[in-house]
Design a binder for this molecule. Sequence first.
Ligand SMILES: *Cc1c(COP(=O)(O)O)cnc(C)c1O
Length: 341
Amino acid sequence: MIDLRSDTITLPDETMRRAIYEAELGDDVYGEDPNVNRLQKMAADLVGKEAAMLVPSGTMGNQVAILTHCKPGTEVIMEADSHIYYYEAAAASVFAGIQPRPLQGQKGVLPADLVEWAIRQDDIHLPPTSLICLENTHNRAGGRIFPLEEMKSVFNVAKKHGLPVHLDGARIFNASVASGVSVKDFTACTTSIQFCLSKGLGAPVGSIIAGPAEFIEEARRWRKRLGGGMRQAGIIAAAGIVALDKMVDRLAEDHANARLLAEGLAELKGIDFNLDDVDTNIVIVKPTGMSVQELGQQLKKRGVLTVVMQPDRIRFTTNKEVSRMDIEKTISILEEVLANS
Ligand SMILES: *Cc1c(COP(=O)(O)O)cnc(C)c1O
């Protein structure tokens, strides 16, 4: 099977498995796991924040950030197709008691003037705005990069209004490798950030949340409340260290494969798709001659796994388990399937 469903399907390689096997362990709830401490220090340095904390998932990272930044009854500005709004089972409403304020972005990008327009005035009828969330790269927009200049503009608006900015940077390393902008430059435009170790970077489990020391201290309490305090978490952190040390540069291969797939697709009939929409490792297309369900099934029958993005789009995500040859094969399978549409 050529698995293009997601970059979350990636498996730890031998170096990672060895690091897990050999990891010296301690109880991280007591702050005594050496690999967790090392990973957190490394991650904080990489994103230019005072402190960082390991969490079991990106979702928990985002939710801990919202819980730490926001009081119940306040409003959080977010993009209408963002992961926090779309894919986290309304966790921010359930746990943090916030009201989401979804804004329609432009391919995942929230323009600063739109953000400023949405910030609430001080009025007893209105929920106070407490946080602005951004996503880079933007998953549902097709792995789009939120350009640095645009992030700076939003951050300036946030500063002007005394508001924190949280970045859902699940794939911020993809944004950095593809654009040549350092992760630190992106994160300089944020108060807090969450990024995933378990996507393109190939670790089996784990995300990092980073921010000011005081913020992370409070976030630690929220992680514990949610049941995310893990004991010998060094078996996870050891893989995370390898991910940050050795797996960042290889994201360029995923991007090259996505580009190859995109160029192949651009030649095909029966598909609505713009080559300029591919920034990183995600390619989203709209079939015109058949339903997405039909296309997904036809591809699966021929050994290619994809994800249907309701209602009319299908997603291909390149990842380290998929080679250049697999992509070439995928293009010829697509040609065959679409020719019959
Ligand atoms: C995958 C993803 C997350 C959540 O990560 P999990 O580890 O699956 O909970 C958050 N944000 C974005 C943009 C993602 O793609």
